[in-house]
Each structure stands twice: as structure tokens, then as C-alpha cells.
Design a protein around this ligand. Structure first.
Ligand code: AMP
Length: 281
């Protein structure tokens, strides 16, 4: 496995392979890799001749007061995990190289970015779309793989691909969970034992709402209310949002008549966790 820091060197590496007719898959990450990331890498590995994994904690997608400075890092462990799944190149660009002095052009996603995390983290998805477009331009992947844990992000990036005619296939992968049901996340490392225990309520609420839908409940208000009451019963939980939205276009739905996304963002102490489930009536 090769490590590359310079965008120009990264671009030259892919161009060389592409000139030989070989294909490249990209998995963009912010590092502190876990099984969720590895599942994307294994899928990517199957879909192309070569695998590039990028690790970049993107300052553009963090708001003021968010956890940019303390975002967990483990460069040696990450390199080992990447090697184990057969990564060809670990792309480790610096902020200085991706956003040199004078940088000022960004991508602004449309309506998909207005709800959920877009509403509670203003500018977040501009930062995500901008860095992903830059990574696509540098790496020129045939395929890029993302997780459905960040469901809204995946929808926005798919839309960006179509809207901007990007020649890359975007694949979405299921949420990988810990044995206790918590969605794997680099941010789980911030949780105290008590917070960690109470954070199980996220997937429990998703399960309960799904069961309620299976039992015939179709009222959005009732389903959201059920999730809210379960989450609020945990003393350390502070709800950012609990919303049921159309699974494709993401505006709130009133009645569950087509697939809908139940999306949760909840703080435990200083840690904001997200989870989601697609509900099919
Ligand atoms: P991050 O490093 O948090 O930016 O995540 C990088 C990629 O891994 C994104 O496409 C995430 O959606 C995906 N990802 C993170 N956690 C999980 C998980 N538990 N299951 C599946 N994919 C995940």
C-alpha cells in the first residue's frame, strides 16, 4: 500500500491506471476507521481493480464550536486497517494543499440540504459536497462508496453527481452496528460509559417505530411522537431533531404512504449522534 499526500501525485497515479483501462474505486473518510468504513472498502474493492481510501478531516464541513479540533485520529491503526482490506493508495491530503490561500469556490447543494442535518448544521453540506467534488476531480474514480448512516449526505452526493454530470457511480451501503445496536461512528469514542448505555435508545426507538408501522400505524405525528418519547426518557439525551421525511426528496411527510426516512440526531453530553431507518409502509 502506498501513501500519497499530494493531489497532483494522486491524480497522476489514477491517470496512469486509467490509460491502461483499469478501474479505480474511492472511499472518502475522515479516519479513525471502524467496521462501518471497512464494509465500504470491501465493497469498493469488489467493484474496481484498484482501491483508493482518502482520510481527510475536512474543516469546511465543521461549524464554529463543533469538534474539528478534537476529532479522533489514529493514523497508524487506520493504515493497518486499510492495508488489511487491500487498499492500494491511502490518500492523505493536507488542508493547505486542498484549500490553499485564496480558495473561495464552493458547491452549494439545493433543497435536499435544507432539512435534517442541513438545518441544524448550516453550511455543513456545502463543505461535504465541495470536498467530495474535489476528491472526485483529483482521484477520478469510476466508483465511490458511501454509507447510509449519513443518508442525507448520500442523497445530496447522488444528486450532485447527476446535476453536475460527474462520471462516477455512487454506491450506498447499509449501516454497520456495534453488538449493542449502536451505529458505528468515530464519534462514539467521545461517549462516557453512561452516555454510551443511553445512546442505545436511538436504535431501540427506530426498532419500535418500525414495529409500529408494521402494526399499521401511518400517522407521521404518532410515529415521531413515539420516537421522541422513547429518546426523551433517557436523562442524558438531548434531541436535536426527530423527523420523518420522504426517503427520496427529504421533505416532511404527513402520512406514511411511500418509503420514508426516520432520522434522529441526539446529543449525549457534548456528542451529537445520528441514526436512521427507512420505513416502508
Ligand atoms: P466519516 O469518516 O464519518 O466521514 O465516514 C466516511 C464514510 O463512512 C461515510 O460514507 C459514512 O456514511 C460511512 N460510515 C460511517 N459510519 C458508518 C456505519 N456505521 N455504517 C456504514 N457506513 C458508515
Amino acid at each position: 500500500m502506498q501513501s500519497i499526500e499530494h493531489p497532483a501525485e494522486m491524480a497522476a497515479w489514477t491517470q496512469e491506471l486509467r490509460s491502461r483501462g483499469e478501474t479505480v474505486a474511492l472511499v472518502p473518510t475522515m479516519g479513525f476507521l471502524h467496521e462501518g468504513h471497512l464494509s465500504l472498502m470491501r465493497r469498493a474493492r469488489e467493484r474496481a481493480d484498484h482501491l483508493v481510501v482518502s482520510i481527510f478531516v475536512n474543516p469546511l464541513q465543521f461549524g464554529p464550536g463543533e469538534d474539528l479540533e478534537r476529532y479522533p485520529r489514529d493514523p497508524d491503526g487506520d493504515a493497518e486497517r486499510c492495508r488489511e482490506v487491500g487498499t492500494d493508495v491511502l490518500f492523505l491530503p493536507s488542508s493547505k494543499l486542498l484549500y490553499p490561500d485564496g480558495f473561495q469556490t464552493t458547491v452549494q447543494p439545493g433543497a435536499l440540504a435544507l432539512s435534517l442535518c442541513g438545518a441544524s448544521r448550516p453550511g455543513h453540506f456545502d463543505g461535504v459536497a465541495t470536498v467530495v467534488l474535489k476528491l472526485f476531480n483529483i482521484v477520478s474514480p469510476d466508483v465511490a462508496v458511501f454509507g447510509r448512516k449519513d443518508y442525507q449526505q448520500l442523497q445530496i452526493l447522488r444528486r450532485m453527481g447527476r446535476d453536475l454530470d460527474l462520471p462516477v457511480e455512487i454506491l450506498g451501503m447499509p449501516i454497520v452496528r456495534e453488538v449493542d445496536g449502536i451505529a458505528m461512528s468515530s464519534r462514539n469514542a467521545y461517549l462516557s460509559p453512561a452516555e454510551r448505555l443511553q445512546a442505545q435508545v436511538l436504535h431501540q426507538a427506530l426498532d419500535r417505530v418500525e414495529a409500529s408501522v408494521a402494526g399499521g400505524e401511518r400517522s407521521t405525528d404518532a410515529l415521531v411522537q413515539l420516537a421522541c418519547s422513547l429518546v426523551s426518557a433517557q436523562p442524558l439525551a438531548e434531541i436535536d431533531y426527530v423527523e420523518l421525511v420522504d426517503a427520496e426528496s427529504l421533505p416532511p411527510t404527513r402520512e406514511l404512504s411511500s418509503p420514508a426516512l426516520l432520522a434522529l440526531a441526539v446529543r449525549f453530553g457534548g456528542t451529537r449522534l445520528i441514526d436512521n431507518r427507512v420505513l416502508v409502509p
